[in-house]
Design a protein around this ligand. Structure first.
Ligand code: GYE
Length: 349
């Protein structure tokens, strides 16, 4: 409306200035001016109407603050899940990517609040530092939903959480490793993005597990962006340094594959019949093929298919239903001694 009024004012002013010229020219200019004015007004009205249509046709607009576009196969499946489920539900999605920059994610979230999205879904690169955004969303009356990674927020600052319990995932791996009865576990930890709740939880589990079981962690570094190449290089350097290890604890499938590539290059055996036990997280379909082939000993599932879960949550909120504020995703694990081709074939990501 503001835009239309200013356009009209400009046209009226232009019309009045033209009226001061000589009569013939003035008449022609006036006609042109009136034509422009009518056209501009009509354009403005069309734009106004279009804008109002979008705003009032009831479409739910969801802002999604995603981590990185190409972070991992898990992330690709996660983004695809949002896009497909939201399209099927008729939601308009506004997805933005932080690309490794926490401050960028914060400003992206603030921008989506300014754009008055109906819901804000955040997958945080960092678990800390989200209070101001959550408060701004609350003040704007926009429900704040955490997906994938739990953020450090008090329960009055978010509407709902659909996340994985990453420490529980790590404990599953530790409990499984205990059953392997390794004489002297020497563990290489390939962590995810420092400060993400996924890295914090999985790393805490193995660090606590090693302390409780007398295992030695011979290497413990987080790979920026969960990067497969960085993981491969780190393991290659470790091998070159002569450091002995017999367990790879990689906090996602891609980094586990990088470690295996480095071991292949050095002629080190791993997996079901090898010298090094390989533990991975995410359970992408290709990674479960690795488990079936005996390359990975264990893969702990971290299910990325949050799209349908968030759609169901939003539809419940739209219907005025009471929703569970903290919902953890059910997940399992797969080991090379029990996995089957049928299990792998049934996987959807
Ligand atoms: O394990 C990793 C992804 O947040 C659980 O992020 C997710 C993690 C997942 O890049 O592959």
């Amino acid at each position: 409306m503001k835009k239309m009024i200013s356009l009209l004012l400009v046209c009226v002013m232009a019309f009045s200035f033209t009226a001061c010229g000589n009569s013939a020219e003035t008449e022609e200019a006036d006609t042109a001016e009136v034509a422009v004015t009518e056209e501009t007004t009509e354009e403005a009205e069309t734009e106004e109407a279009t804008a109002e249509e979008v705003a009032t046709d009831g479409t739910i607009t969801v802002g999604v603050v995603q981590t990185n576009a190409n972070e991992s196969d898990w992330r690709t499946a996660n983004t695809k899940s949002f896009n497909e489920a939201f399209a099927e539900a008729g939601f308009e999605i506004k997805m933005v990517f932080g690309e490794g920059d926490h401050a960028k994610q914060i400003s992206q979230a603030q921008q989506l609040i300014q754009e008055e999205v109906d819901y804000l879904v955040v997958l945080g690169l960092q678990s800390a530092g989200w209070e101001d955004v959550a408060k701004a969303a609350k003040e704007a009356g926009i429900p704040f939903i955490m997906a994938d990674r739990k953020l450090e927020l008090s329960e009055d600052l978010y509407t709902a959480m659909v996340c994985s319990d990453f420490e529980a995932e790590g404990v599953k791996a530790v409990d499984w490793l205990k059953t392997q009865e390794l004489d002297a576990a020497k563990i290489v930890v390939l962590g995810g993005d420092t400060g993400s709740s996924a890295q914090l939880g999985r790393s805490k589990a193995i660090e606590d597990g090693a302390a409780a079981n007398g295992w030695e962690i011979v290497f413990n570094q987080n790979m920026k962006g969960w990067d497969e190449t960085l993981a491969k290089q780190a393991v290659a350097d470790l091998i070159a340094s002569g450091t002995e290890f017999n367990v790879i604890y990689a906090e996602n499938d891609n980094m586990a594959r990088g470690a295996c590539d480095a071991m292949d290059a050095a002629g080190i055996t791993y997996g079901k019949d090898g010298d090094v036990t390989v533990i991975a997280f995410d359970a992408n379909k290709w990674a479960l093929e690795y488990v079936l082939e005996g390359k990975f000993n264990l893969d702990v599932e971290c299910n990325p298919l949050h799209g349908p879960r968030i759609v169901e949550l939003i539809n419940s909120l739209e219907a005025g239903e009471v929703v569970e504020q903290n919902a953890y995703v059910d997940e399992e694990m797969f080991d090379c001694d029990t996995i089957t081709q049928e299990i792998v074939d049934a996987r959807s990501y």
